[in-house]
Design a protein around this ligand. Structure first.
Ligand code: EPU
Length: 428
């Protein structure tokens, strides 16, 4: 197992060209199943989640090849597969393959999904939507057994604008007979990117990025070339690295809109932010002020930045509060930040009340999940002395070249093997 050693206290300066979006790539890597053609995806981040997803695709008969930063996927010979429960438990989007697999092979048996342990994360919206489209699905011994001779269009209302359910049902609807309407749909940029990808394959979709998506089913789709957009969460994390170290960091290759909520909140806290058509720069010469944040579905403040921003606010002047409304237990970072000298208490299980402190001290801390890991790295960059972050495999799920990028900005960070823990695969 790896550890990250960080010698903190250096203001970060420079520019990061943000890698491709993990969550966009993962959703698109389910949708490729819909075509018998070959799909070429550019800008797929080389992180453990996309590697696992590739191997799951192969277990259903796809061939995949990574070449010079692009991923080539051939789904001509998709079959019902014999997926390993272990790999399905590692990533949540494994489950989003159910709809496209049904569209291709009519009957499929897949293990229940996994993902970061940040809440119960049920899949009831996915199951209800697919049932409305004509699928029969039963849970037997931890496996979903699903069947549908033909998926048919339906009017589906989501009880909550779930990003995953919107992506999954929109994908399944593309080869369904007739029209599907998804109401109270998620508006996340990853939903829009997936719709762009599906339309590039020949799908007919309107309204992606709004609360109502209409899909007109097609008989078949073609393979295509597609560039995965940049990762708004990695981008936000680097901006926070600039802010927490009192430096100046620019992220490029992004749409500034994708940073809207983060930029607004950083400005409110007193950071200087400038934007161009494809870049955002954050500089924080003075100590930031405490602010209130509430995570919400897009275009609200992203839950995936909730933990990283807590590290920044731990050092702000005064009291901050962060209310997590998406997940019921995304607080694994709190006790570890407190080990570093932060003063954070959790109220009602979901609200972090952060009394800003003057300094954080380096400590040995453990990542409990992907974004908790990012929060600890940020804290380590600003802390006095040395911080060692363990459970780095969580961070590897979603940050490409993290140490190299941070070193490029002037950080002192290195990955070492944990002498006390033999190499072990991710259980994320
Ligand atoms: N929910 C249900 N039933 C469902 C589906 C969702 O109750 O059938 C609930 C969830 O339990 C959660 C809320 O709805 O409380 C939102 O979940 P959503 O479905 O929107 O999330 P997701 O699709 O599982 C994706 C990202 C997450 C990101 C969320 C919200 C991927 C692989 N994951 O998850 O990313 O937090 O959307 O934006 O796309 C991360 O990258 O660290 C991460 C957790």
């Amino acid at each position: 197992m790896s550890l990250l050693n960080i010698e903190g206290g250096r203001p970060l300066h420079g520019t990061i060209d943000v890698p491709g979006s993990k969550n966009s790539a993962l959703a698109i890597m389910s949708a490729v199943i819909l075509t018998e053609g070959t799909t070429t995806l550019h800008n797929v981040p080389n992180v453990s989640d996309t590697q696992i997803k590739s191997s799951i695709l192969e277990s259903f008969g796809a061939t995949t090849e990574w070449r010079e930063g692009s991923l080539f996927i051939d789904c001509a010979n998709i079959h019902s597969g014999d997926p390993s429960e272990e790999s399905f438990r590692k990533i949540r989007t494994s489950f989003y393959m159910l709809g496209p697999l049904l569209a291709r092979v009519k009957k499929v048996k897949i293990p229940a999904p996994g993902g970061c342990k940040i809440g119960a994360r049920p899949v009831d919206f996915h199951l209800r939507g697919l049932s409305q489209m004509g699928a029969t699905i039963e849970l037997r011994d931890g496996m979903y057994v699903a069947e549908a001779d033909e998926l048919t269009g339906a009017e589906i209302y989501l009880d909550f604008p779930s990003a995953g359910a919107t992506q999954h049902l929109m994908t399944a609807a593309v080869l369904a007979k007739g029209m599907t309407v998804i109401k109270n749909a998620a508006m996340e940029p990853e939903v829009t990117a997936l719709a762009d990808f599906l339309c590039r394959m020949g799908a007919k979709i309107e309204g992606a990025g709004t609360g109502e998506i209409v899909v007109i089913g097609k008989e078949s789709l073609d393979g295509c070339d597609f560039r995965v957009p940049s990762d708004r969460i990695q981008a936000g994390t680097y901006l926070l690295a600039g802010a927490i170290t009192g430096g100046e960091v620019t992220v490029t290759g992004i749409t500034p809109d994708s940073q809207g909520p983060v930029v607004s909140k950083l400005r409110e806290a007193g950071a200087d932010v400038t934007e161009t058509h494809d870049a955002v720069t954050v500089s924080a010469k003075n100590r930031l002020n405490g602010i209130r944040i509430r995570t919400m579905p897009w275009p609200g403040f992203p839950t995936d930045i909730q933990q990283p921003v807590a590290a920044v606010l731990a050092l702000a002047e005064g009291v901050s509060t962060i209310e997590e409304t998406i997940y019921e237990s995304r607080i694994g970072h709190v006790s570890e930040l407190n080990r570093m000298g932060a003063n954070i208490r959790v109220e009602g299980g979901r609200t972090s009340v952060i009394q800003g402190v003057d300094r954080l001290q380096g400590a040995q801390v453990q990542a409990s999940d992907l974004r908790a890991g990012a929060a600890l790295v940020l804290a380590g960059l600003a802390a006095e002395g040395e911080t060692t972050v363990s459970n780095v495999h969580f961070i590897d799920r979603g940050y490409e070249n993290l140490e190299a990028n941070l070193r490029h900005l002037g950080a002192k960070i290195e990955r070492v093997e944990d002498p006390n823990q033999p190499a072990k695969e991710s259980l994320a």
